[in-house]
Ligand binder design. Structure first.
Ligand code: NAP
Length: 258
């Protein structure tokens, strides 16, 4: 049974919590790491590149940051990433599986390499990182896992077969883990960003026709920004979401409502 919230306790506070965010050096992952830090969490920052800029921003918010360099295209670094976070920051309460890649080509021409590269980072490593973190969280009887899904967790997309497979798979894995761990104090949920302005979508925004089509379909009338995800991430990382399990929360300016 979940303990009753003290009436003075802010259910959105992450003070005293440790988060691990993958893909934290730029884009959505950087904004999520900063939102968690602003809410009080210390943050381990994982990317294959260096996350020093994010670390400086986390520290400027008065929180601790741990920079971990790891290439999540294989499972090799997973155990170390989790162990280093625990050793460096004293625990692991929140995992955000945000690292992701995309490859674009017609289905008729799509290569095995483009299939494997995307599936390995977006789905395989995300699952095994959740498993490694989940072992600790289940043992502690407490934890929050947030997977970064996509509109292509709900829709087919076009010219991105492995991306669609990975993000649809990640939605399924989010529900599966929620089913197994909800009763053990671990919440597993996902955020499905809509069309957000980052490196991941630079190609789409540079294509005038596609850009116009996409904008015309977004009820909010604009591309999302990385900061638009902060509130959803803090909600799913904190006690406010203790009874939310296996949800895939769209943050999409209304795209799916159309
Ligand atoms: P981005 O700007 O391209 O950033 C991708 C992040 O993933 C980087 O931090 C990158 O770090 C990390 N990453 C990629 N491959 C990695 C690897 N092998 N090992 C470790 N880290 C790796 O993309 P974004 O737009 O912020 O996307 C973040 C997540 O949101 C992705 O899962 C993406 O699919 C999802 N998403 C984005 C949108 C959108 O509109 N932008 C919409 C829906 C979902 P390094 O390059 O340093 O490794």
């Amino acid at each position: 049974m979940s303990p009753v919230l003290e009436h003075h306790e802010n259910p959105f506070s992450l003070h005293g919590r440790v988060a691990l965010v993958t893909g934290a050096n730029r884009g959505l992952g950087q904004a999520i790491a900063l939102a968690l830090a602003r809410a009080g969490a210390d943050v381990a920052l994982v990317a294959s590149g260096d996350s020093n800029e994010t670390a400086a921003l986390v520290q400027a918010l008065g929180r601790r940051a741990l920079v971990l360099r790891a290439d999540l295209s294989s499972l090799d670094p997973i155990e170390n990433v989790v162990a280093d976070t625990e050793r460096g920051l004293g625990g692991l309460d929140i995992l955000v599986n945000n690292a992701g890649v995309i490859r674009r080509a017609d289905a008729l021409d799509f290569s095995e390499q483009d299939w494997d590269e995307v599936m390995n980072v977006n789905l395989k490593s995300a699952f095994f990182l959740a498993q490694a973190a989940g072992r600790r969280m289940v043992a502690n009887g407490r934890g929050k896992i947030i997977n970064i899904a996509s509109m292509l967790s709900f829709q087919g997309g076009i010219r991105v077969p492995s991306y669609t497979a990975s993000k649809s798979g990640l939605a399924g894995i989010t529900r599966l883990l929620a089913n197994e761990w909800a009763g053990k104090g671990v919440n597993v949920n996902a955020i499905a960003p809509g069309y957000m302005s980052t490196d991941n979508t630079a190609q789409l925004r540079a294509d005038e026709g596609r850009n116009r089509e996409i904008l015309a379909r977004i009820p909010a009338g604009r591309w999302g920004t990385p900061d638009d995800l902060g509130g959803a991430a803090v909600f799913l990382a904190g006690r406010a979401s203790d009874y939310v399990n296996g949800a895939i929360l769209p943050v999409d300016g209304g795209w799916l409502a159309r």
